[in-house]
Design a binder for this molecule. Sequence first.
Ligand SMILES: *[C@@H]1O[C@H](CO)[C@@H](O)[C@H](O)[C@H]1NC(C)=O
Ligand SMILES: *[C@@H]1O[C@H](CO)[C@@H](O)[C@H](O)[C@H]1NC(C)=O
Ligand SMILES: *[C@@H]1O[C@H](CO)[C@@H](O)[C@H](O)[C@H]1NC(C)=O
Length: 239
Amino acid sequence: MAFSHHYLLIFALCTRYAESADPIAQYCNEFSNTTTPEMTKNIDSVLTKLVQNTPQTGFNLTEFKTEGTTLLGLAQCRGDVPSENCSTCLQTAAKEIRKMCPNRVDARLWYEYCYIRYDTTNFIGDFDMDLRVVYYNVEEVTDPKTFKKTLLEFVKPLGKVALEPDSKGFAKGEIKLSDSVTLYALFQCTFDPSKYFCEVCIEAAKEGFRYICENKKGCRVIYSNCYSRYELYPFFFPN
Ligand SMILES: *[C@@H]1O[C@H](CO)[C@@H](O)[C@H](O)[C@H]1NC(C)=O
Ligand SMILES: *[C@@H]1O[C@H](CO)[C@@H](O)[C@H](O)[C@H]1NC(C)=O
Ligand SMILES: *[C@@H]1O[C@H](CO)[C@@H](O)[C@H](O)[C@H]1NC(C)=O
């Protein structure tokens, strides 16, 4: 486990905003080792590779080994994001993650369209539910009881779709709530060989929808291993 404290960060925002401009969550592990000049070079090299290699498939892992240490980098774009937008997002993320965490070897940065992370400890297979970020629209729905019931019923099977072998941990969907209102939801697991981690993470995200997002018109629940979001407006790329 990379850190043992329990983090719960809640950001509130008013309404719609530029989807891709600002990070939605960030984490710089102040308990991790400080960077040496050599490690700084390794980090830069891993980030450069991630920016190059990720947009084609939407996911990449890159390792950099030097005597005694391994630096592991991961990048992932949201499953519906086209490669050029994935690339733009990662270019920004790779710059910002260095500014946000210049002196440590464990950093994570989430944008709406992409997620980037590096660490000198191997986090693959690390079942890490400690870091949770909830990001919601402060506006509330007018019919909380019906809305919550519909939301939870809708995301139940949607979360299962993300676990199907062909889904690669990604699922999105929409449902009409009335003639003029549609609910959009999305789940994505960070690439990980374990379906079990994905399942537990999505379950936790759904609990977040139920107990933290409450009656908000839109909400995101983010863990290191999965991302989930619902809104009453379309936020996916058309495909
Ligand atoms: C990362 O990208 C490189 C270069 O395209 C590729 O060889 C490698 O298989 C990718 N790794 C993963 C885990 O996708
Ligand atoms: C996606 O990328 C294209 C090409 O760079 C750009 O024109 C478009 O504005 C981007 N869309 C979003 C929502 O960022
Ligand atoms: C942190 O630095 C110490 C001393 O250089 C080293 O022994 C240890 O392996 C490092 N830990 C990690 C997680 O890289």
